[in-house]
Design a binder for this molecule. Sequence first.
Ligand code: ZN
Ligand code: ZN
Length: 254
Amino acid sequence: MKLTVLGCSGGIGSGRHTTCLMVDDDVLIDVGTGVTTLDFDALRRIDHVFLTHAHLDHILGLPLLLDSVGEQRDTPVTVHALPEVLAVLETHLFNWQLWPDFLKIPSPEAPWLRFEPLKHGQECVLGERRFHPVPVDHVVPACGYHLAARGGSLVFSGDTTRSEAFIAALNAIPDLRHLIIETSFENALADVARASRHHWPVSLAAEMASLQVRPKIWITHLKPGNEAAIMQELRTALPGWDIDALEQQQTVFL
Ligand SMILES: [Zn+2]
Ligand SMILES: [Zn+2]
C-alpha cells in the first residue's frame, strides 16, 4: 500500500494545502484542497473517499471532484463516513442550494455519488487494504482511520484532542508502524486548542505517555506560519520519540 500526502496543512497559503491523503491511486482520506494537486486522469481514478469529519478544510474538494469527473465515470464515487457526517453533507452541502445533489444526479438509480455509513469497529475491505474507523474527540462527530495492509498498520487521527478511546485503539494494534496525528497549535494557544478540540504539544505528549506501541510519529494539521515553532515544542515535549512533520507529496509505504 502506498499513501501519498496531497495536503496536510491546517490552512492554505504559499503552496500549503489542507488535508487530503491518497491511498494507492483510487482512495482518498479527506478531500481538502490537496486534491487540487491531482491531474484530471488521477481525479477520475478515485473510487472511494473516507472522511474523518465534515469540517470544510477536510471536505471542500469533494463537490468539485464530483462535478469534474462525474460524467466521465461509469460508477459512483463512494463516500465512507460516520452517519452523522453523511447527514451534514446531505443537509448542508448536497442540497441544491450550496451544491447540486449528486446522490440523485444524473438519476437516483445511477448517481455520481453514493454514501456508505461506517460504524466504529466496523471494517471496510478494499482488495488487500483494510480501513477501520477509530474513535477520536473533536468538536463535531469525527473518526480517525486505521489502515491495515500486508506491510503493517498506519493510523491517521484526523482532527482530535486527547481521547482515551483513541489511545486504547492504538494500543490494540501491535503492528502499528506509522501514526499520523494532528497538532494544530503551539502551547501558547492551548486555550484555543482546548476550545476547538485540537492538540497542542503538551497535550500530545501527555497522550503519548499512555501509548504502549512505538510507531513513527508524523505531525499533521500544523497551523500555517507556526509549523517550526510547534515542531520545536513537540521535540522538547517528546524526547526520544521518532517524530517529524508530515510533508506535502511525501509517500509512506506499507
Ligand atoms: Zn475539524
Ligand atoms: Zn481540520
